[in-house]
Design a protein around this ligand. Structure first.
Ligand SMILES: [Zn+2]
Length: 328
């Protein structure tokens, strides 16, 4: 059992990496700009490999000192598992936020160059691992919900990450919260994120403006629905604008139903809420959700702790590296 692993967080803007230890610390975090143009695929992988080697050397370590490398990226990851649950192989092309990077190709490249175990995981699942690993002394079951442009989630069950048969477990944003509700990016209707996610909220505001709503949001976007932002919708609510208040109330109601359902379903030790939208608006979002859970969840799980994520920008690196310390 080795003390260290390397975690890599492939973001659309930056690639972050660091050495992660078993005490849940990120050592020597570093970041560099993600390739944005038509760089050669292999050269991008070689550059990532070189960064890993430099990172290890700077800390007096070599590849033989690390358990393996964990990579977090956007999108679901299909995999075939062995009967004992361990990962046998990854399937197909795994797109990332970075055009030139195919997750499976990067995994194969790094495995050949290092001879180490390489794990690939969806960024929200990686977030759940990061949340869990920092609480592992007191928590066995954990649910995370991240609210940003969309709404994503991850779950740790009995100290293991659960990914489902198709790698799409915990697509919580597509929990149905309104029958025949608004159209979602997934093609279905009434999904939680189509009402309470950043993009969904903007779309609901656009519909209102296009059908004649003339309040705060109309003024702020100067009558152009394409200029509406999530912040404008929340600002409208803060300003006491009735249309803004209706949109936020509908979003909060969706989140109440989503989160209480997750708590009733999983009976977790803790729920962790995070994501850009949630952090920016938590003064409006958190209290009504917590109050709803306290009054409406099943009595045994009504007092499930609901915490705000404190991982910050290196949480993806921590979670990705810590994948190597979980039994998956
Ligand atoms: Zn959906």
């Amino acid at each position: 059992m080795k003390e260290y692993a390397v975690g890599i967080d492939l973001g659309g803007t930056n690639i972050r990496m660091g050495i992660v230890n078993r005490s849940s610390h990120v050592i020597s975090p570093l970041s560099f700009s993600s390739p944005q143009g038509d760089e050669k695929e292999e050269e991008v992988y070689e550059n990532i490999y070189n960064h890993i080697i430099t990172l290890l050397e700077e800390n007096g370590l070599t590849l033989s000192d690390i358990e393996g490398i964990g990579i977090g990226l956007a999108n679901a990851i299909k995999r075939v598992r062995n009967l004992d649950g361990s990962i046998k192989k990854y399937l197909g092309i795994v797109k990332s936020n970075i055009k030139v990077i195919n997750g499976v190709n990067l995994l194969v490249y790094l495995r050949e160059r290092t001879g180490l175990k390489i794990l690939l995981e969806n960024d929200v699942n990686v977030g759940a691992v990061g949340e869990y690993i920092t609480r592992k002394d007191k928590v066995s079951n954990l649910v995370t919900v991240y609210m940003g442009t969309g709404i994503g989630g991850g779950v740790i069950i009995d100290r293991k990450l659960y990914f489902g048969s198709h790698g799409v477990a915990m697509e919580v944003g597509h929990i149905k919260v309104e029958y025949d509700g608004p159209l979602c990016v997934c093609g279905s209707r009434g999904c939680w994120e189509s009402i309470a996610g950043g993009a969904g909220l903007v779309n609901r505001a656009k519909e209102g403006i296009e059908s004649g709503e003339k309040g705060y949001i109309y003024k702020m976007c100067k009558g152009d629905p394409e200029k509406i932002t999530t912040k404008m919708v929340f600002d409208a609510k803060r300003a006491g604008d009735p249309f803004g208040e209706r949109l936020i109330e509908r979003a909060i109601n969706s989140s109440k139903m989503g989160i209480v359902s997750l708590i009733n379903l999983f009976d977790p030790d803790i729920v962790v809420l995070g994501g850009g939208l949630f952090h920016a608006q938590k003064d409006i979002l958190l209290a009504p959700i917590v109050n709803y859970v306290r009054e409406n969840a099943l009595s045994a799980v009504r007092n499930t702790p609901i915490e705000i994520s404190t991982l910050g920008k290196w949480g993806g690196v921590l979670g990705a590296g810590s994948l190597l310390f979980l039994d998956i």
